[in-house]
Design a binder for this molecule. Structure first.
Ligand SMILES: Cc1ncc(COP(=O)(O)O)c(C=O)c1O
Length: 392
């Protein structure tokens, strides 16, 4: 009977040492990793980074990839090396982690309401050259201005426009009144507008998605023009998602793209469809969870070590096994999954390593402390997910 131990000649203590120090290049293979393990395929990731960067460059848009997807400053740095203008973060905690890793232009895409956020935001603004905060209320603008005055800093702010029935001031008259208010506050500098039409990002069918996003974004573009017409400079309008990058990116008036999921892709995005087919394949699935078959109760099913705690479970469809057709995954508890292998295109045996494509990338990444950057079967790097859990 074949051994179920991994093939490396190193002891586990040596592997642990390498994983802890990050000194893995040329030394470790995927089969050496403890599972469940979050892995990113470097060729696919770099391809995604380059494709979006090329699109933005060719269309004269700045690119500020959203860090809420990867939560990993090393990935943010890869996007900066490919020409990104900076990073987005959803929460201030993520921005603090990115700033600690040397990223100095960060847009925080949610409002800074509450004392803990405002004090930390002002502190962060005094540390990095370009922290951009969004706001949607005059009282919040006053609070930020007062905190900035007390600390002696100038805050860069943008109007958060409500184009998706979430946060944000209404486009048009309300937004213009808020911009006029901000323009009177000496410690705030108005950079422009953020308008993220999140509801359009996953609309299935390219034409339907384009119609949804155009309808949502038109008032944002009109608001920008109206501000300029009133003599309130508005040189910046940031928005778009992975699903709408090449829709919003064609709009006259949008200056910056802020997609995030394109770096990894997931099953939820695969199914939205592109201009020429049912599958949205502009970007490749780079992210997987590596799992081990650790029980085979009979010939028809295999039990995996990646269950509910290994994936975000908000989607109505389960993970999919990469490279094997017909093996059907279902959750079998917190730590377990069941794989129905009756129609599997390949045999599955105890100890096998299987890679699972992820239903929803952002909340899945947030379950892991580190991500293994792989090329083929080799592990090239171990990256800390340094903004993991930074949700305040
Ligand atoms: C404000 C904002 N901008 C951009 C994005 C990126 O969207 P996606 O990951 O779909 O590309 C998100 C994602 O939720 C977001 O909340």
């Amino acid at each position: 009977m074949a051994s179920l131990l991994q093939t490396t000649s190193r002891t586990w203590a040596e592997v642990e040492q390498m994983l802890a120090s990050g000194d893995v290049q040329g030394k470790l293979a995927k089969e050496d990793l403890p599972t469940p393990a979050l892995c990113v395929d470097l060729d696919a990731l770099n391809g995604n980074i380059q494709r979006m960067a090329t699109y933005a460059r060719d269309h004269g848009r700045a690119l500020r990839p959203h860090g809420k997807s990867h939560k990993c400053s090393q990935i943010a740095h890869l996007t900066l090396q490919a020409g990104a203008a900076g990073a987005c973060s959803a929460k201030l905690g993520e921005a603090e982690a990115f700033a600690a890793a040397g990223i100095d232009s960060i847009l925080v895409t949610t409002p800074m309401v509450g004392r803990h956020r405002i004090e930390r935001a002002v502190r962060l603004a005094s540390r990095i050259s370009d922290l951009i905060l969004v706001l949607d209320h005059a009282q919040n603008a006053d609070d930020l201005n007062a905190a900035a005055a007390a600390a002696g800093v100038q805050l860069h702010v943008a109007l958060d426009l409500n184009v998706t029935n979430r946060t944000g001031v209404a486009p048009g008259a309300d937004a213009i009144a808020l911009a006029e208010h901000v323009a009177r506050l000496p410690h705030l500098t108005l950079k422009g507008i953020q308008a993220y039409a999140g509801h359009a990002s996953h609309v299935i069918g390219f034409a339907e998605r384009a119609a949804s996003s155009l309808e949502a974004m038109a008032p944002a573009i009109a608001t920008r023009r109206a501000l300029e017409a009133k003599g309130i400079p508005c040189p910046w309008l940031s928005g778009a998602s992975t699903g709408t990058y090449n829709i919003d990116g064609e709009m006259d008036g949008l200056t910056e793209l802020q997609p995030g999921s394109y770096l990894f892709m997931d099953l939820d995005y695969d199914r939205i469809g592109g201009p020429t087919g049912d599958r949205f394949d502009d970007f490749a699935n780079s992210l997987t969870v590596l799992s081990t078959v650790y029980s085979m109760p009979g010939r028809e099913q295999a039990i995996l070590d990646a269950g509910l705690k290994a994936f975000a479970t908000d989607m109505p469809f389960p993970p999919v096994v990469k490279g094997i057709e017909g093996a059907v995954y279902s959750f079998a508890g917190d730590e377990h999954a069941r794989l129905d292998v009756r129609r599997s295109s390949l045999p599955v045996a105890l100890g096998d390593r299987l890679e699972l494509v992820i239903p929803h990338c952002d909340p899945t990444v947030n379950l892991y402390d580190r991500i293994f950057a792989t090329r083929g079967q080799q592990v090239e790097a171990v990256w800390r997910i340094d903004a993991r859990g930074m949700s305040t």
